[in-house]
Design a protein around this ligand. Structure first.
Ligand SMILES: C[S@@+](CC[C@H](N)C(=O)[O-])C[C@H]1O[C@@H](n2cnc3c(N)ncnc32)[C@H](O)[C@@H]1O
Length: 289
């Protein structure tokens, strides 16, 4: 089933959390000059025109990134994010995770971005064309028209083995939660120091059997033996018919102080998003290495 199109949701509150987390991971990798390799298993179209029919349908960006328009960021991570996003927003575009990573990477870094949808993949190719596929100012970017979780297993561990993974499935079918955990189990056995960001929706009772699956997945990820924390943004109360009342990211092998940097950025973002926005961060496993 491939019916999900991210253009309908581009720039919403979930994108703000996910993209701040992803940029936070990349920013910490950039603290050393050594190259790194990124994997984006569910890349989407790379960037989104906010005046498209899809984006305009529910204008989800209005209650997400558009609220941050006037913010003068105090935190370094929010400042880095807005430095990429603001000029694009002025052109009516919001970057997807590939667009964000492509702008944050350096010449020595590499990225593998995977997308399975037959219409989203050519859009991704077109939207990232200006970054090229071989080593340039923004590193080497490889786009793959394939299943992202299979591709991740096939391409890891990378050389050099310093890098990070973004797993951002549509969760259209409930099996996807289990597939994320199974894939991470395999990947982390072979690539022990991989950092990973797993995005998940927070769903109310209305989602029926899908409602508790993200919590089960997060608990399973915590049992993989790696340090990890979960960070969640809710935008409304979890009433039975709320639908998606927020979202979370589970970050595996996070860099030192990423928790603090994400918290500072998200606290500022919450103030801008609105009075009902709440951010929380909880370590699931934290041991000194
Ligand atoms: C939530 S969107 C990704 C958004 C993107 N990560 C971002 O932040 O801009 C999920 C994407 O996964 C794609 N997709 C669905 N199943 C997939 C699979 N098995 N492998 C790779 N991509 C898949 C969908 O077509 C969709 O574009």
């Amino acid at each position: 089933m491939l019916s999900y199109r991210h253009a309908f949701h581009a720039g919403n509150h979930a994108d703000v959390l996910k993209h701040l987390a992803w940029l936070g991971v990349i920013s910490h990798l950039k603290r050393k000059t050594k190259p790194f390799v990124l994997f984006d298993t569910h890349a989407g179209a790379g960037q989104y025109a906010l005046d498209s029919e899809q984006a305009m349908l529910n204008r989800e960006y209005d209650s997400g990134i558009a609220r941050l328009d006037d913010v003068e960021p105090a935190s370094a991570l929010l400042s880095d994010y807005m430095a990429i996003v603001q000029p694009m927003m002025e052109a009516g575009i919001y970057p997807g995770s590939p667009g964000l990573a492509a702008r944050a990477m350096r010449a020595q870094d590499a990225a593998h971005m995977m997308e399975l949808h037959p219409a989203e993949f050519p859009a991704l190719q077109s939207n990232l064309a200006s970054f090229g596929s071989s080593h340039g100012q923004n590193g080497s970017i490889h786009l793959h028209h394939r299943d992202g979780l299979e591709g991740l297993i096939a391409m890891t561990p990378p050389t050099p083995n310093r890098g990070a993974i973004l797993i951002d499935p549509p969760y259209e079918v409930k099996d996807e939660y289990g597939q994320v955990k199974t894939t991470l189990t395999t990947v982390l056995q072979r690539w022990q120091n991989a950092q990973a960001v797993v995005w998940y929706p927070l769903l109310s009772e209305r989602a029926k059997e899908k409602a508790g699956l993200c919590q089960e997945m997060v608990q399973d990820i915590a049992k993989l033996g790696k340090n990890c924390f979960k960070a969640e943004l809710t935008v409304t109360e979890n009433t039975p018919d709320a639908g998606m009342y927020g979202s979370g990211v589970c970050i595996i092998n996070p860099a030192w102080q990423l928790d603090e940097h994400l918290t500072q950025a998200m606290k500022e973002a919450c103030l801008a998003i609105g009075p009902d926005a709440r951010f929380s961060l909880q370590w699931l496993k934290q041991e000194a290495s």
